[in-house]
Design a protein. Structure first.
Length: 603
């Protein structure tokens, strides 16, 4: 019991593991055999020659013989790796150390007997020894996959969760014991990503599935942040607690715990993936500026006539940056496009190129011909270098994104072009007739831009808070009216929505027809057609709300009721009440935004 044993020998390790009941000596929790480390009660460092006096003192204190070997059975106990590393080279207090040595004194004879029994039973077959120890009826019920890992020396994945910035893209990796996902997250100018999912279970060990950007958005992110029991993840099927995952062309069986790990990883990946897509879309605004049919990575800003485009080209040539030093000498007029360029520090712009605006006509870029219809002015970033394609660089003074370019065209360039042509240029030609021209600011104040451009984009104007609230509710109603699916909503989300409806009905004065209309839409929860009956029914319904899977039609009808109060009722809302209502519809606006991000990001 005091002499050395080979702590790496399978018989020795199996005997120690078995006699200690398959639990960690320190935390008394179940311990997997393949994760077991053997900890030294008296640290190994004390057995070094330079610590000879201290070791002799310890032997005397605990009444240990001089032949007490550091690797003897009285000094070795099964331990979880983290506990072993936490203890390190330290010793426990005298009382704890004494108790540990007493315990191993009682255990050592049983371990010696178990080692002998294993040697005789399996005659040197150490792998069979491992299997035997796994199959003993211990409390931790190690499964067959764990036995396989023990035999092969393989382990489950180490837990990881990291994001790296590779310059052009973000790298992502999250790993749980049986599932690992690594991939790339979009980072402008790369608007797409990809991922690989690797499984490690007994049935599908080392199976890898690769998904592209569109598959990630349409398949992997379906039903994100919902429990598997609701069946909202399109890639997941279940039959009597048996789960199958269909990703791409691959169909795999998974255990419940593996499904939970996969869903946890996907939800985290989606959170980071969607965050970057939102950052890109917030700057490029693809929901406003639609993609070009002819220009790579181009977005249509507005349409003009062929005649106006030709006048724009003539103005660019006249005000080439090499031709003068006025604030309008900001064009590189080489080529059939608008290239905005500041040679030196400008009163408004920093030096360098700000925008490349390309003409698109009848599905073709650059060539503009009379008689072929309207000309789209298209923003693109293809002429910027990769180092310049940085969202932080897009601002009115530096590089222009679609919004900056649109604002410049509509608020500065086109109004000034018309002003220059109709007042400055005409005055220069009519030098015999003296006339007083209005200032550009006065001209712009009365200028109707819509008379010279075709603007098919949904560029919002400033509106008061009441109008914004009405528009957001109308947008939500239209959104849910077009949805045919169901989704999981939290108790707080649903309670908030019906609290908002209750407030609007309570504050609004309407006719009986309007109340009947609302009651008809809410007939599943409302009893009666009067205002009082509707409010009472909603109050009672709110007390019953729980987290639920709800069809979009239910939300559509609820939002119709809210709109009815705003459009056909007499109602006055304070800023505080508007803020209250926005707070309660914001979760649904966020859901709509995510849905829009996914739609716009798909190819």
């Amino acid at each position: 019991m005091y002499s050395r044993v080979d702590r790496y020998n399978s018989y020795v390790r199996a005997a120690i593991y078995y006699e200690h009941g398959g639990i960690c000596f320190h935390d008394k929790e179940p311990l997997k055999y393949r994760e077991m480390e053997l900890d030294h009660i008296i640290p190994q460092d004390l057995f070094k020659k330079e610590n000879e006096e201290e070791l002799r003192y310890i032997f005397e204190k605990f009444n240990l013989p001089n032949n007490f070997h550091k690797d003897c059975l009285r000094n070795l106990v099964p331990s979880r790796g983290t506990n072993n590393r936490d203890k390190g080279t330290l010793m426990y207090t005298d009382s704890i150390t004494s108790n540990m040595l007493d315990a191993t004194m009682k255990m050592a004879p049983k371990i010696i007997e178990r080692i002998s029994s294993l040697r005789n039973q399996f005659k040197g077959d150490v792998d069979i020894t491992k299997i035997a120890m796994q199959l003993e009826n211990l409390n931790n019920h190690i499964d067959i996959a764990d036995i396989y890992d023990t035999l092969t020396g393989e382990t489950t994945f180490e837990k990881e969760n990291e994001i790296w910035d590779f310059g052009k893209q973000y790298g992502y990796k999250k790993t749980l014991p049986n599932v690992s996902l690594s991939g790339f997250i979009p980072k402008y100018p790369n608007k797409t990503g990809s991922c690989q999912i690797l499984f490690k279970s007994l049935r599908i060990r080392d199976c890898m599935i690769s998904l592209n950007h569109d598959q990630i958005l349409s398949i992997l992110f379906s039903g994100i942040n919902t429990d598997k029991k609701y069946g909202l993840r399109n890639f997941l099927e279940s039959y009597n607690d048996n789960y199958f995952v269909q990703l791409g062309n691959v169909r795999l069986p998974l255990k419940s715990i593996e499904v939970e790990q996969l869903c946890e990883i996907i939800d985290d990946f989606a959170k980071n993936y969607l965050k970057q897509l939102m950052i890109i879309q917030e700057k490029l605004k693809p929901e406003i500026f639609r993609p070009s049919e002819a220009v790579n990575n181009g977005q249509r800003l507005l349409g003009v006539s062929v005649e106006l485009w030709e006048e724009m080209m003539a103005f660019c040539s006249e005000f080439d940056y090499e031709s003068g030093n006025s604030e309008w000498n900001i064009f590189d007029s080489n080529g059939n496009q608008i290239k905005v360029f500041s040679k030196t520090n400008h009163s408004f712009y920093e030096p360098g190129y700000h925008a490349f605006l390309i003409p698109e006509q009848e599905g073709s870029a650059f060539q503009v011909r009379k008689g072929y219809g309207m000309v789209w002015i298209v923003w693109t970033d293809i002429f910027f270098s990769n180092t310049e394609k940085n969202l932080e660089e897009y601002s009115p003074k530096k590089k222009w994104g679609p919004e900056e370019a649109y604002n410049w065209l509509t608020k500065e360039f086109i109004p000034y072009l018309i002003y220059y042509k109709s007042h400055i240029k005409s005055s220069q030609k009519s030098f015999l007739i003296r006339r007083i021209n209005p200032s550009f600011d006065n001209f712009k104040a009365s200028f109707d831009l819509n008379t010279v451009i075709y603007n098919f984009n949904n560029v919002s104007e400033k509106k008061d808070n009441y109008q914004k609230l009405k528009e957001r509710i109308s947008e939500l109603q239209s959104y849910y009216a077009c949805l045919l699916n169901e989704d999981l909503y939290s108790k707080d989300e649903l309670v908030g929505l019906y609290e908002a409806l209750h407030l609007l009905i309570g504050l609004s004065q309407m006719g009986s027809n309007q109340y009947q209309y609302i009651a008809g839409n809410l007939r599943s929860i409302v009893n009666g057609n009067s205002k009082t009956q509707i409010l009472t029914s909603i109050t009672e319904y709110i007390t019953t709300i729980e987290e639920s899977v709800i069809y979009a039609a239910r939300l559509d009808y609820t939002l119709r009721g809210m709109l009815e109060t705003l459009e056909n009722g007499i109602i006055t809302l304070s800023d505080h009440q508007i803020g209250y209502l926005f707070k309660r519809i914001n979760p649904f606006l966020e859901r709509k935004k995510i849905s829009e991000v996914l739609r716009l990001a798909r190819h």
